[in-house]
Design a binder for this molecule. Structure first.
Ligand SMILES: *Cc1c(COP(=O)(O)O)cnc(C)c1O
Length: 844
């Protein structure tokens, strides 16, 4: 086992329990932590105890690097990236920390020698699900890459007490269960009470004159909430850098209804406490569909205000002035969720720190950059002015002032274009005034980016085209990526081992080096092992399916997988229509020659999204019929895996033969699941949407199953008046498929159950399933044929992995660093921890 960490133990003869890396020391530390931290005798300990003890053992080894990193950042003149995101879908910490610290193999051995299996211990960790899907997972991959690239960075977000709900499937329907991820304690966080901040809400504003007679505005809030920082270390891969994810927990203010308490009004006092703590209580489970709830705006402002106050406090401690803030801080807004930052930064600079408006505006624009994540108009955040006014009265004034100045600029650039003014305005008029957060973010930032080439082009031509006309130089593309450490090394150790054996292990930091495995594409032994590894990964998933779904699947069938949030634009129901089509062909001719397939679905639906929940029910209803029908002879199986999450993803992506990326062209901003599948040797069936386009460009047309309308064809068809019924009438198979669903063939006893789904397709079909059905079905036939040719499929699979290097989030982050943030790496040298020295310095 090779260790890349600095040699901090070389001249220490007896290893310290909290830092030593030898197997003996790790075993002793594990046993000690079981006894002293979990308070358990080894004979009475359960797997949670083992997990906790092992986490503390690992955390001790992280802490030296973490504190050393903080020290270096404190001492040097650096620029820091602040990534503001309402969601961080981190995935389990323990396995990833072991990987990034290069401790995995030693710990595995230490745990084995203690009589346990490491993978079983890793399974005990609750998955910290503080995000909905792709957007939150992107934030997590970015933090991994920032630390790996040794960039000073901090993630800021909310410490939700309840993350994304756990999904269970009952009678085919999704049932939501609260996610009590903190129940057993969280060994990965350190609470920093000393850095608590105050956040104001409500009330009113007033004007006052300062001692020089200058007018200022003061915000008199109606209540104040405290933000308590909870810090989690974020280690880079094979480096000493450990950055920080700082999540804020809301608590009642220090003087929380002291009077009520004193006068005996305990109910009133408790009500205040509950109201405060509600702010960080639960993650909103909507993905790509905002709900204009007051609590959601409170959450956004809460974490933004905490984070910006924290950034300013640290900057003032170091430099004692604010004019140079943008030289030392780059703040990235992950979608519009933190866009209130623009107004809050202006308020802090002008109202609280006495800067002039123009100076404050220059600093704000130079500090912020905004990432757009969606093209769907209904997903753009807009807040009603009355809500805004009652919750954030001062911010509404500031937004009006920003808008007024901006409108004046536009009028001088483009005189007399009222239409243009109303489209650019931060305030949407008519039907109740609204604050458009995307406009605020765009105006207040120096850079605006999309997350894949097509998405950025569509932003420029469509959603933000008027802003593009004003400031073409602000717009840029940053195609998303994923970290190969979690998604290949941790998720697929066997494939990683084979690759490392052939080309060394530097590919994990320089993913383009995967190209070198193309040299082995004709190597018989290599190809054989490639297939064996995929087969073993499929077997693991098959075992999971047997345990969790009670369904037996054939590991020689095509594992055809669609896992992602359930959304009409992602078109899980197109996948389902194809399955029903295949099934009807079998029913018509039971001896038909079919390439066996296992269709696997997974994903959560927003609890209030009726159609998405009906799609889940439909998948399970079809599964019930197909999986039991003797005519099928097990040639096709349909499985819905409950509770898709980052940890389940680590099992699923490596087991896929076919990756379903079939969104309506122009709707999926980028996708990142598509990248994880590709890196693990699955082939993609997909539309020309999001990053699919770039994946196809990289792997080659011959190694990608393309089908469907393009984004411009979708637009053109819609503008000419799309009539889905035409496809129903002219396509017999499609008609049969829809009729069976509508007739209740898959819902005995509830014949109208799926009628809303079918009606929506026949009468609206906003996402053009019927227009794409035949092309999809034909393309699936090509997939089946290609799979029959094992040698051809193997070559395609190898080439997909070899050419997936572009999709490392390291590449994405390098582009952000160079083109948006203007930040440089900072090396952290590890000093051996010396307890004696630490003791002497206390109190000095
Ligand atoms: C990667 C990932 C996603 C995003 O998947 P898409 O296919 O890009 O929508 C969502 N959820 C989890 C848990 C993920 O790991």
């Amino acid at each position: 086992m090779q260790t890349n960490v600095a040699n901090q133990t070389s001249n220490i003869t007896v290893e310290d329990d909290r830092t030593g890396l030898s197997i003996e020391t790790l075993k002793r530390a594990f046993a000690d932590n079981l006894f002293y931290i979990q308070g358990k005798l080894a004979i009475l300990a359960n797997f949670t105890d083992y997990y906790m003890a092992l986490s503390y053992t690992t955390r001790d080894r992280l802490l030296q690097r973490w504190l050393q990193t903080l020290k270096v950042y404190h001492e040097q003149d650096i620029k820091t990236v602040y990534y503001l995101s309402a969601e961080f879908l981190m995935g389990r910490h323990l396995g990833n920390s072991l990987i990034n610290l290069d401790l995995y193999e030693s710990i595995e051995q230490a745990v084995r020698e203690s009589g346990l299996d490491l993978t079983e211990v890793l399974e005990q960790e609750p998955d910290p699900g503080l995000g909905n899907g792709g957007l939150g997972r992107l934030a997590a991959c970015f933090l991994d890459s920032l630390a790996t690239l040794e960039i000073p960075a901090m993630g800021y977000g909310i410490r939700y007490e309840f993350g994304i709900f756990n999904q269970s499937i009952q009678h085919g329907w999704q049932v939501e269960i609260p996610d009590k991820w903190l129940r057993c304690g969280n060994p990965w966080e350190v609470v920093r009470y000393e850095s608590t901040v105050q956040v104001k809400f409500g009330g009113h504003t007033e004007i006052y004159n300062d001692d020089r007679g200058r007018p200022h505005t003061r915000w008199i809030p109606s209540f104040t909430v405290e933000g308590i920082p909870h810090d989690t270390p974020v280690p880079g891969y094979q480096t000493n850098t450990v950055n920080t994810l700082r999540l804020w927990k809301a608590e009642a203010g220090e003087d929380f209804n002291f009077q009520a308490f004193n006068s005996g009004d305990y109910d009133g006092a408790v009500a205040t406490k509950i109201k405060s703590e509600t702010i960080s209580k639960v993650l909103y489970p909507n993905d790509n569909t905002p709900q204009g709830r007051q609590l959601r705006l409170e959450q956004q402002f809460f974490f933004v205000s905490c984070s910006l106050q924290d950034i300013i406090r640290r900057h003032l401690n170091r430099y004692g002035r604010l004019d140079n803030l943008a030289d030392h801080a780059a703040v990235q807004l992950n979608d519009t969720h933190p866009a209130i930052s623009i107004a809050e930064m202006m308020r802090l600079l002008v109202d609280e720190h006495g800067l002039f408006w123009d100076e404050a505006w220059r600093i704000t624009q130079n500090t912020f950059a905004y990432t757009n994540h969606t093209l769907m108009p209904e997903a753009l955040e807009r807040w009603g002015v009355p809500l805004f006014e009652s919750l954030l009265p001062r911010h509404l004034e500031i937004i009006y002032e920003i808008n007024h100045r901006f409108m004046q600029d536009v009028q001088t650039w483009f005189p007399d274009d009222d239409e243009l003014l109303s489209r650019l305005s931060i305030i949407e008029e008519g039907g109740g005034k609204k604050v458009r957060m995307a406009n605020l973010a765009t105006i207040g930032s120096h850079a605006v980016n999309g997350v894949a080439a097509l998405h950025t082009e569509l932003l420029k031509q469509d959603v933000l085209k008027d802003f593009y006309k004003l400031w073409p130089e602000k717009f840029n593309n940053k195609t998303n990526g994923v970290t190969p450490r979690r998604w290949v090394l941790l998720a697929n150790p066997a494939l990683s081992g084979l690759i490392t054996e052939k080309i060394g292990d530097t590919w994990l930091k320089h993913l383009d080096e995967l190209r070198k495995i193309e040299a082995f594409v004709d190597d018989h032994d290599f190809r054989d092992r490639w297939r064996q590894i995929k087969q073993a990964n499929k077997q693991k998933l098959a075992d999971y399916i047997r345990t969790h779904n009670g369904v037996e699947v054939d590991v020689n069938s095509i594992f055809d997988i669609q896992v992602k949030r359930i959304h009409e634009y992602k078109r899980q129901h197109l996948d389902l229509l194809h399955i029903i089509g295949l099934y009807l062909r079998i029913k018509q001719n039971p001896s038909i020659d079919i390439t066996p397939r296992t269709f696997v679905f997974g994903g959560k639906a927003a609890p209030g999204y009726f159609m998405a929940k009906l799609i889940i029910k439909a998948i399970n209803a079809v599964a019930d019929v197909v999986n039991r029908d003797p005519d099928v002879h097990g040639r096709i199986k349909v499985v819905f895996l409950a509770n898709f999450s980052a940890s389940l993803g680590q099992l699923i992506y490596p087991a896929a033969d076919l990756s379903e990326q079939i969104s309506t062209a122009g709707k999926e901003a980028s996708g990142t699941g598509n990248m994880k599948f590709t890196m693990n040797g699955a082939l993609t069936i997909g539309t020309l949407d999001g990053a699919n386009i770039e994946i196809r460009e990289e792997v080659g047309d011959d190694n990608f199953f393309l089908f469907g309308l393009t984004a411009s064809e979708v637009e053109e068809m819609k503008s000419k008046g799309y009539n889905p019924r035409d496809y129903y009438e002219s396509n017999e198979e499609l008609r049969n498929v829809l009729d069976r669903l509508a007739m209740g063939y898959f819902s005995p006893g509830e014949k109208d159950l799926f009628k809303p789904l079918v009606d929506s397709l026949l009468h609206h079909d906003d996402y053009m399933l019927l227009a794409d059905y035949q092309a999809y079905s034909d393309c699936q036939a090509k997939v089946s044929e290609a799979y029959q040719d094992v040698e051809k499929w193997t070559t395609m699979s190898i080439l997909n992995v070899a050419r997936s290097g572009k999709f490392s989030s390291d590449r994405t982050i390098k582009e952000y660093c160079d083109e948006i943030w203007n930040v440089k790496p900072v090396k952290v040298e590890l000093q051996p921890y010396d307890p004696a020295k630490a003791t002497i310095n206390v109190g000095s």
